[in-house]
Write a protein that binds this ligand. Structure first.
Ligand code: PMP
Length: 393
């Protein structure tokens, strides 16, 4: 008998959080560490959201349990926001409020998967998906994409990976970690393919507002309406409103999946903290002005990061199209004299030598690459990439 369950022992701890924790630890010891590790905006949460939270603290209604699926006002506001932002028309009863988008990811797999069910997972992928799939007893089936294809999966690749056990597809655009944004015609082709094969689509739209140049976000159940009955949309306030620490996300789905999720949450977490829900209510009900300002800053940093990385001999970088990550290839420098042979070793070496934290591609099934967040100050960005260039040079 195992002391710690096999199911939980099999989880690989989050590499992105580990890198960030190590960087923060070194910084606490006084080292001038620059971290490209964390996937969080460096801006404070906008003031109008803080005002709503302050008011909520003093209201005794928020001191009590509330419905496990979320405050009715918030579910309504999320339905309205979804129509406004992506054109997806849903009833408030189709929304479940969760403890961050990560919790929605976990719940989505928990409610859909039986043991052995397969989930198509285009790689490189955000590190949480395979763990959440495995925790639910499912089997993640990696479908590899390359920089040469813009890190986008094709219908042919999905078709080749399809088996009688295929239950779902994970679709993420804009993507963490690659920064790819699927054009509308590819979104449509993939959506139609999934609908034709009765494959559920779990689509993570958490970076919907962060796209650059002429790249545009398209919501898969809007482009392919017949998918709605087998589609779970994941989203949250973390990235759009600089609210990573507030822990409010949501899932939108058909009524049976939603009532199953609410049932799960009723035993698992009960309601998400009411003060955070009230803050999220202000966020999604307000204007998108603050988001536009943050996007302008991210865009500037994106260009700088791309230019600086691409200028390092042996490093190549696709220009990020969305989210706030660059995913350069270090294949041209690995194994050079004095330089480690894998990106996992390279990341540890760069942290030691340059006191700069980057997340190795191994964490995302993208060895040879590394993920660098550009959600940090312009000065740190310049200094950090400069240091990497120096140790590699
Ligand atoms: N989805 C993606 C693709 C993400 O990058 C993240 C955060 N790294 C999340 C979901 C979860 O965000 P949160 O739990 O903070 O809402």
């Amino acid at each position: 008998m195992a002391r710690i369950s096999r199911r939980i022992s099999a989880i690989a701890p989050s590499a992105t959080l580990a890198v960030d924790a190590r960087a923060k630890e070194l910084r606490a010891q006084g080292a001038p560490v620059i971290s490209f590790g964390a996937g969080e905006p460096d801006f404070p949460t906008p003031e109008y959201i803080l005002d709503a939270a302050r008011a909520a603290v003093g209201d005794p209604r928020n001191h009590r349990y509330s419905p496990a699926g979320g405050l009715p006002e918030l579910r309504e506001a999320i339905a309205a926001k979804t129509l406004r932002d992506s054109g997806y028309s849903v009833d408030p009863s189709q929304v479940v409020v969760t403890n961050g988008g990560k919790h929605a990811v976990y719940n989505a797999f928990a409610v859909l998967l039986d043991p052995g069910d397969e989930v198509l997972l285009p790689a490189p992928y955000w590190t949480t998906y395979p763990e959440a799939i495995a925790l639910a007893g499912g089997v993640g089936v990696e479908v590899s994409t390359a920089a040469a294809d813009g890190f986008m999966v094709s219908v042919d690749q999905l078709e080749a990976a399809l088996t009688p056990r295929t239950k779902a597809l994970v679709f993420v655009s804009p993507s963490n970690p690659t920064g790819a944004v699927y054009p509308r015609d590819r979104v449509e082709a993939i959506g139609r393919w999934a609908a034709a094969h009765n494959v559920w689509v779990i689509t993570d739209e958490i970076y919907e507002h962060l796209t650059y140049d002429d790249h545009e976000f398209s919501s898969i159940p809007v482009v392919v309406p017949e998918l709605a009955d087998r589609c779970l949309v994941i989203n949250g306030v973390a990235k759009t409103y600089a609210m990573t620490g507030w822990r409010v996300g949501w899932m939108i789905g058909p009524p049976d999946a939603v009532s199953a999720t609410v049932g799960l949450q009723s035993h698992q977490t009960s309601n998400v903290g009411n003060v955070s829900q009230r803050a999220a209510l202000a966020a999604v009900s307000g204007s998108l002005d603050a988001v536009a300002g943050m996007r302008t800053a991210f865009d500037r940093r994106r260009r700088a990061m791309h230019r600086l990385l691409d200028g390092i001999d042996g490093v190549t970088c696709m220009k990020p199209q969305g989210a706030f990550y660059a995913f350069p290839s270090f294949e041209g420098v690995l194994g050079r004299p004095g330089i480690p042979g894998t990106t996992a070793e390279l990341a540890a070496w760069i942290l030691d030598e340059a006191q700069v934290a980057i997340v190795p591609g191994e964490a995302f099934a993208g060895a040879g690459h590394a993920r660098l967040s550009f959600a940090l100050s312009d000065e740190d960005l310049d200094e950090g990439i400069g240091r990497i260039a120096e140790v590699l040079g």
